[in-house]
Structures are given as C-alpha cells and as structure tokens.
Design a protein around this ligand. Sequence first.
Ligand code: CA
Length: 236
Amino acid sequence: MVVAGSKKVLIVEDEKDILHLVKMYLDKEGFRTLTAANGVEALRQVRSEHPDLVILDLMLPEIDGLEVCKKLRLTPQTSMLPIIMLTAKSEESDTVVGLELGADDYVTKPFSPRGLVARIKALFRRLDRANDRDISAYRYGSLNLNLSRHEVTVDGREVMLTAKEFGLLEHLLRNPGRVLTRDVLLNSVWGYDYHGTTRTVDVHVRRIKQKLPLLNDAILSVKSLGYKLREQGLNA
Ligand code: CA
C-alpha cells in the first residue's frame, strides 16, 4: 500500500492553472507537494528538497522537460529519481524521446487529475515492490537467474557468465523498465573505487547479448545514457 503522506512530489509546470489543479489533488491525497514553474527552478528544488518523485511538464521555459530529465538521469544522486512526464497530444513523438531519456511514465494532456494520481500511486507501488523484493531468482522468458546458486540457465541449460556479466544482468533484472545509466551500472557492479571507463559497461552488455541471444531485443540501449531492460519479458 502506498502511504501518500510519506512521499514528497515535485510538480514542474509553467501553466499556473494546471500546476494548481495538480497540487490541489495531490495535497488532498496526502502527498507533500513542491512546485516549480521552470526547468532551472525544478533542478534547484530537486537538489535542495530531495523529492521522491517528479511530475515534469515537457514544454517549459528556459530548460525544457527533456533537458531536465536528461540532467537528472546523468546526475548520480538523481539518476534513479522517478519521473512522470506531462505531454500534449501533439508532442507524442517527444514523449517517445522522453521515455528514451529515462522518464518512468507519461501522461498526455488534457488529463484527469484523478488519473494522474492513480499513475503516481502505481509507479510508487511498482518501485516499492522492486525495493522490497527479497528475491532469490529472476525469470525472464526462458531465462532463469538464480542468486544463491549464482547460476544462469536458459531452458534449464546453464550458460556460463563472468562475475561482472552476472552482476550486470542481475541489476537489469532487478530494475525492469528503468533506464540505468552507465555510471549507475559501473558503481553497482564494479564499485565506486573502480576507475575504468563507462565503455566497460558497453563491452559487457555486448558479451551478455552474445551469450544470451534471447536478450538481444530485451536490453535496450538508451541514447547517450545507458541501458534498459524491457519489462515485457519479466515473469513475476
Ligand atoms: Ca508547459
């Protein structure tokens, strides 16, 4: 269950009416709300207030929503911050770019505030589940990754991975549908004191795909950011 009161949501929107409407609904639902009317202010608020989620309008003065999203993803402290993008129907091609740049979900204007609240709660639920998961194995199609046995099988046959390939795959399976930047992957799998380059991640992803061809289309390269595992193949 989502305890709205414990979550802080930053609403970034330059249209005052929409901003107030969304804020009113979120306040009513018990969320703590922050607001910003442009991209610069949004980035400042994120740095100082550490929100749990950002509702980010695409068309903003100064720095637009895509740029804000990209900046947040490329900053280590905010690279995993949940983002829901607000877009107009006519901006649908930008929406795709937004998702590629790491937004977790998007809502198309005009939207019902109630619908937006539902999406926010769904996203929090999804993320809480991922965090709480004390999982010993992941299944993705016919692939099985067993943590305690440190073993990957496809259709029951073992596929030998190196420790780093295994760690990388585990991290992708743990965060389906989320953009993981090369820095995040480097830090989680190689550790903070590793001084290799982000190219290392690319090399290892390529090797994983060579050894596990069923993941060829499942691990998506996200332009200039990192990688994302398609959610579709994940068996709960
Ligand atoms: Ca706008």
